[in-house]
Design a protein around this ligand. Structure first.
Ligand code: FAD
Length: 442
């Protein structure tokens, strides 16, 4: 029995099913740790936990399974609308924080930070679990509990390198007061599992929020970015931003030498195929379907051209919808409602990646007899050409992830390769425009 849980965990870790949520580390009392955050960033089992603990960790691990349907039914008792792409929703809209300083600091419209600040200032929470760049190692991310407006803003903006928020489960457990929690889909899936287990580490969580999630990158992306500009030592980083400045923002590195390197976000996206965390490609959740409220970028020319920052907001639960309604009523948030079809069209390429691509990739893995995640649902009925496209994409990811490919791209100016990448993204968006109208089988 003892060997079984720990062996299952080992299998998850070694077969690419680990999304690095950090729960195993947080629950293990020191026997599991991330020791290589600038490398593979995989949990390492330092001492085998006893079977009881190993079984708990396994139950909380979202890598092997997370049943979307049963969790949806048990969490969203408010009878929300539902679409298999967006998940449950009561309201969907495009908006932003009306406080200019929050909007400017946030990744898109500053909605997630505005909600956290509003909850703090209205005494509905005492702290918020968020992720900032580390103070001691500013090239790495770190989760912490923010207790002031300033701390929430310090943690705003998207971090496109791996984060493991649930490492701080012990701190969440001992926190004296109500918490809001912000995390990526895999991190939230584990939190939902822990809630179902009635685990004390999540007892203080009152609200859950999260950004949309296309993919995340290994730390090698930062090293490669630096190398392209002739810099070799990431420990010389003083500040690292992924969405600096006016929306959609820039990847920006400030070095101890005083040198500043900046590249528009859309151009920095060229790093994705070279450094993507392969587990991102097994995640079927783009819009963070198990939150109270999710926030994404409002990707559409009419907003992108205007800059300033626009978010897509999805309120799902009764509690989330009430917060959003109150914030709109008191003027903290501006939002214009849109219908679900428009929301899907705006993220058509993202849904193509997550809701078509993921299930095709899972099928390929099954054919290769590799372990696969069980989400309790699958989407089928894709055309032969979509399978073919996935094969091409997968081959590209494999090829571009190799050392020689990374070496070659570091010789090309990032602005050149970045422009090429942006053109490709636009073409993909155009080709997936009709995604919502296609007949798919659930
Ligand atoms: C890895 C990643 C991939 C994304 N992919 C997409 C996408 O494909 N399409 C899309 O529309 N939007 C995507 N987003 C979301 C988008 O970048 C914005 O985060 C979202 O629009 C919310 O903006 P905001 O201004 O409301 O958030 P902010 O007010 O800036 O608040 C962001 C909150 O998220 C937390 N956070 C940031 N990064 C992480 C992280 N890596 N792990 C855990 N918590 C984090 C911060 O601590 C902060 O509390 C992604 C975000 C991330 C982090």
């Amino acid at each position: 029995m003892s060997a079984k849980s720990i062996d299952s965990l080992r299998k998850i870790i070694s077969h690419n099913l680990c999304n690095r949520c950090g729960s195993c580390v947080g629950l293990s009392g020191g026997s599991i740790a991330f020791r290589d955050k600038t490398g593979a960033y995989l949990p390492e089992i330092l001492n085998e936990p006893n079977e009881e603990l190993a079984a708990q960790i396994l139950e909380a691990c979202p890598g092997k399974d997370f049943n979307f349907k049963s969790y949806r039914e048990s969490i969203y008792t408010n009878n929300p609308s539902f679409h298999v792409y967006t998940g449950p929703f009561e309201r969907i809209g495009i908006g932003y924080a009306t406080d200019e300083s929050i909007r400017r600091t946030g990744a898109s419209g500053g909605i997630l930070s505005a909600i956290l600040i509003w909850l703090l200032e209205n005494k509905k929470i005492e702290g918020a679990v968020v992720t900032r760049m580390s103070e001691t190692e500013p090239w790495l991310t770190e989760p912490f509990i923010a207790k002031t407006r300033e701390e929430i803003l310090e943690a705003s903006q998207s971090k496109y390198i791996i984060t493991s928020v649930n490492e701080i489960l012990p701190e969440m457990q001992s926190f004296n007061g109500k918490l809001a929690y912000v995390g990526l889909p895999g991190q939230i899936q584990s939190i939902r599992k822990l809630q179902a287990m009635k685990h004390p580490s999540v007892q203080n969580i009152a609200y859950i929020f999260g950004p949309f999630y296309g993919n995340t990158l290994h730390f090698s992306s930062v090293n490669s970015f630096l190398k392209s500009y002739g810099e070799k030592d990431h420990t010389q980083i003083k500040k690292l931003y992924f969405r600096y400045g006016e929306w959609p923002g820039n990847m920006r590195v400030e070095l101890k030498s005083g040198r500043v390197i900046e590249l528009p976000k859309f151009h920095a996206n060229y790093l994705i195929p070279f450094h993507i965390l392969k587990n991102s490609l097994l995640c079927s959740d783009l819009s963070n379907e198990f939150t109270d409220i999710s926030g994404g970028d409002a990707w559409a020319p009419q907003y992108e051209e205007r800059g300033k920052g626009f978010s897509m907001i999805i309120a799902r639960s009764a509690a989330g919808t009430e917060i959003l309604n109150q914030m709109i009523a008191d003027g903290s948030v501006f939002m214009q409602d849109i219908d679900v079809d428009e929301a899907i069209t705006m993220h058509s390429h993202g849904y193509d990646l997550k809701k078509r691509g993921t299930f095709i990739r899972i099928r390929f893995r099954k054919m290769l007899r590799l372990p696969i995640p069980d989400y309790g649902y699958k989407i089928e009925g894709f055309s032969f050409s979509r399978y073919l496209m996935e094969l091409v994409l997968l081959s590209l990811f494999i090829l571009l992830g190799t050392r020689p490919a990374r070496f070659i791209v570091e010789l090309i100016p990032p602005s050149t390769i970045g422009k090429l990448f942006e053109k490709t993204r636009k073409a993909w968006k155009k080709s997936t425009y009709k995604i919502k109208r296609n007949q798919l089988t659930l």
